[in-house]
Design a protein around this ligand. Sequence first.
Ligand code: FAD
Length: 460
Amino acid sequence: MTHKRKQIAIIGGGITGLTAAYYLQKNEVDADITLIEKEDHLGGKIMTVERDGFTIERGPDSFLERKTTAKHLVEDLGLDDQLIRSATGKAFILSQDQLHPMPQGAVMGIPTKLAPFFSSTLFTFKGKLDALKDYTMAKTEVEDDISVGHFFRRRLGDEVVDRLIHPLISGIYAGDIDKLSLKATFPHFLETEKKHGSLIRGLQKSTPKKQTGGQKQGMFLTLDGGLKTLVDGFIDAVTCEVLTSTGVSQVEKQNDRYLLHINGQEEPLEADYVIATTPHHVTQQMFSQHEFMQELSETKNTSVANVAMAFDEDAVKNLPDGTGFVVSRKEDYRITACTWTHKKWPHTTPEGSVLLRAYVGKPGDEEVLELSDDEISKIVINDLKRIMTIEKEPKFKVITRWYDAMPQYTVGHLQRLEKLEEKVNEQLPGVYLIGNAYRGVGLPDCMDQAIRVVEEIAEN
Ligand code: FAD
């Protein structure tokens, strides 16, 4: 009897799909692999632009070193000599029309060092006292799930949440902290509370002390040339069939195999395994004949935009020494954050220039994306002028709109996902749904999901 090689189709050529393709190949999984991407380029949300000596990221700009998968992947691709670490420097919080330095020792906004917390200009005295209730408060009762906002407000008070924790978390999820699922986003804080009875005490014990004499290091990594270098690394390394400008419209189950219908092509592509890494609303459409996939529509998205602006050095004055700021909740600003990219990532900016990257779009203000480029940059520059001096127009700007790009892990996310995955395993064996809508939005989280699926397929 002839042994027919398995066919694996990976739909979507963003970081999740590329990681899956690479590790299937690296682990020598005995199969024919096809990666199918709708656009004419790979990388998905990773998009680096080179212009006049500037390196500008339209999407993600880096990954957290602490989540080690990304660094390992870079090493596997032989790109580790191109790793660049973010510069250290003060990060600021914009609140009450002033930039306040991030209190030293704050971990995702949770104070671990009381002296800097108490001397911080960001909070009122009452706000500070409220946070100390965390030391004596009873543990949080959580049956299935609660919102991140509920958890932190109860322990640390509204002020610390609205002024500090919310804007930091928004920088990752672009979401509403009072709707975001604690279990799907920060389960370790619940664990810390459970173990130590207090978040502050727990983090004080578990946060590594800085080594004396040791240099403080930036926590984020990118590559020389931007994250595009990572995508190029995959392109060089991956030898499987890669179909770009090829959109999958439907995935149909036929006996124990799958037929992938491709836009504009008569012949479907056959596969034994389908790894769908497409945005979840696209995935739902592909599998729309299965009622249970409707569940994917429960995960809503936020739309965001960012504006990168290149200036001559003398055009921007009064820039405090630091790497950027986030904007507290309830402030009357439309920007949500701004990175002083030339300070955080000096390699991106030619000598004598300044590169700022400001962010707009949040729940309740997504219509900002509908404005023209000129209107968006006017809003951004007017907001920035309230806290710094900008004397000249940018030399150029790059505006990127990301529609429905930030999936919202609302309360109950993991329970809904587990139910869905059970149904998929039962009714669509060999189909895997992975990517930023499921088990983590950061680049390393997406890579982790891909690696898990590769391991599962390799074991079969
Ligand atoms: P995607 O990158 O969205 O890839 C999905 C792919 O599927 C796309 O290439 C798409 O074209 C393709 N596709 C869609 N429809 C079809 C179809 N019908 N057929 C075939 N292919 C299709 N994370 C970090 O860790 N660090 C950061 O600094 C960071 N910053 C961010 C900034 C922004 C503005 C955004 C939007 C996200 C940021 N993230 C960051 C999150 C991170 O970028 C994403 O979670 C991650 O890139 C998602 O990768 P993915 O492969 O799952 O999805």
